[in-house]
Design a protein around this ligand. Sequence first.
Ligand SMILES: [Zn+2]
Length: 400
Amino acid sequence: MITAFVNGPVFVGDGRFFDKGTVIVEGERIVRVAEGNASIPVDAHRIDLCDRMLLPGFIDCHVHLCLDGSANPEAAVSRYNLPMLTLQASEFARNTLMAGVTTVRDMGGIEFVDITIRDAVRNGLIPGPRILASGRLVCMTGGHGWQIGGREADGPHEVRKAVREQIRAGCDVVKLMATGGVLTPGSEPGSPQMTEEELRAGVEEAHKAGRITAAHAQGTQGIKNAIRAGIDSIEHGIFLDEEAIALLAERNVALIPTLSAPINILRGGVESGVPEEAVEKTAQVKKSHFKSIVMAKEAEITIAMGTDAGTPLNRHGENLNEIKHMTEIGFSPEQALRAATQTAAKILLLEEELGVIEEGKLADLVAVRGDPLAEIDVLTDPDNIQLVMQAGHLVKEEIQ
Ligand SMILES: [Zn+2]
């Protein structure tokens, strides 16, 4: 099966942009990328892009398929049994893919539902993005995330064991909780949680098994603990100071901002049913959060797109709003789009296969009606995502 995208704009993802380009897909891979017109095999399925822009499939580095994006996902989790959580996660995976997100990293599942969904997508049982799954997040006893399926572990020895359990279950990535957070009652976003020693033990265990690591890290001390422990990415990064930024730069650690999380909590507010404590904590930290991300951007820290989808009112399938939010704090549309494609692929160690429209890479492609470089808002309307291709398979096609 050969598909040829012709006659429309192509956002290559590596800094290049073609006003008119030709992209040919054979089987699961991109076999030809050319500016302007190129010869097309006679038997190719021809798709005229016209005013739709072709981009690499989007990559979201931080989602929670087990959380439902309701006003109070934590309460919802406790109401559902495992089969219901699994069915829901399956629907959320589908919504995510239809929004143009062809790859996600799940940052904390419940009872390995994330791993099950990953395998079901991989086996072609259900539609969904390619998933890198973390299994259960690892936190200290009573630490952030313990009530949404977290594996509590105290001391380096137990943390090693907890990480080994995730690897045994088949995780792709290990998530460690370095600080408190907004959503766990009684846990302060700024407070350090797992110690540097515990984090180091977790990172070592993960790296030994070839797994990448990510730390939920909001407060300054916890962020530094995680970086010194060898973590690969800092999630949220609310309270960065100059030393933290210097450490991120020196150790080449990536930052995943998840701006959608606070924005949605404050947009809904207490009236919408978001727990009051979460709204209050978010209101207190939002300014610092945005300031930290801007500082990191100015220091040229590697920043990749992640939404925290599944947290209050942060719904699966609305992932691309994050790209718009990034532009609201100073990213150019091109920078934000690359954070959600090329850079995200690098962070997830998928850059050989994904993130750029390039010959030889897997054909994960999205056609968007409108021009996101001129008007980023077009991404926030799912109807504008008119075509989604995943490894050469057309999973959504609304182009007539
Ligand atoms: Zn999260």
